[in-house]
Design a binder for this molecule. Sequence first.
Ligand SMILES: *[C@@H]1O[C@H](CO)[C@@H](O)[C@H](O)[C@H]1NC(C)=O
Length: 419
Amino acid sequence: MAAAAMRAPTAVLLLAVLLPFAAAPSRAATLATSPSASTSTAAFQLHGDVYPTGHYYITMNIGDPAKPYFLDVDTGSDLTWLQCDAPCQSCNKVPHPLYRPAPKKLVPCADSLCTALHSGLGSGNRCPSPKQCDYRIKYTDSATSQGVLIADNFSLPLSKSSTVRPSLTFGCGYDQQVGKNGEKPAVTDGLLGLGRGSVSLLSQLKQQGITKNVLGHCLSTNGGGFLFFGDGIVPTSRVTWVPMARSTSGNYYSPGSGTLYFDKRSLGLKPMEVVFDSGSTYTYFTAQPYQAVVSALKGGLSKSLKQVPGDELPLCWKGQKAFKSVFDVKKEFKSLHLSFATGKNAVMEIPPENYLIVTKIGNVCLGILDATVAKLSFSIIGDITMLDQMVIYDNEKAQLGWVRGPCSRSAKSILSSIP
Ligand SMILES: *[C@@H]1O[C@H](CO)[C@@H](O)[C@H](O)[C@H]1NC(C)=O
């Protein structure tokens, strides 16, 4: 759910490691995994952080010859796209030279992925010319991207140091309108759409028999982490699994409705519909849970914390000394728990480090925002809340899972651990 150049929730159409992925360090047993024989697993190194970058992204090599592009990992939207020299009418300053499509790589209007994309995007999307598939995406922060579908080779690193180079369909975005952030150079060249729709990169990999329709990410608090496609490193134990719900607000990955607890106490809240979205930096709660959490948090703080006008986020506090990390101030704050009725004993713990950031000047800010202000009718679990857990989106078994553990392993070592 993100536009390439900014980080706000959208609404458009819109990694088990064999080693210490244990809940507690004392139980660092080897996790049994069940790699599938017929398909592969691909893994990528993640870059970026929640703050100050606000993005987690991978380097994807695209084209023939392949050139590198930074793609923002977004499980909240389907279409992968690059800012593109088609020629470009409006692009941001991006980290790499703009992708230049060859005319023969245009995907025709009759292609099933064009039809799927258009039906997902809704009104106004049709082909002026049958030779190509034009589209226009609007994200909830009112950023838009206009482009044309292209097919080109993507290089996917697999285990045993092998690489596959399938031709995949993605968007060449030649007109981006990203509102007030437009002047800022973009951190990434484009977006990696990993949603549930058939145009999603993951659905295409499944369709071509390359990987299973399973993805996972492990975003590290220290920045970086890893992303994987396929089921080769999904742990067979300790993962909390919840069936995927049909989201009423679009084709999002949703574990259904969750009830929020503060410091293990009920806040008397009704369950709220939740979606997992790696394209959202922060977490969003709908109005009632948001207000309840804010007052509960404020009520528990000692006098040493003074509320200050937000520098980075709406709600921030200053301590007697500048904080260096969330761990300096964590004891002032309590854990939240999100309990899902659909999973057996399915509770996501949200400790302070999964909802607070420390800013450059050493204040601590709440990384949970009011969904209503962002015009969202549901809650979003964003990057901040998914830090230091492996989060698994299993479209084969229609379930979502999470397990705590360090995310600092390299993608290379993960791939070499797959038999
Ligand atoms: C690009 O993809 C096409 C279609 O899958 C394939 O035939 C071709 O060999 C690939 N090119 C490279 C350089 O691997």
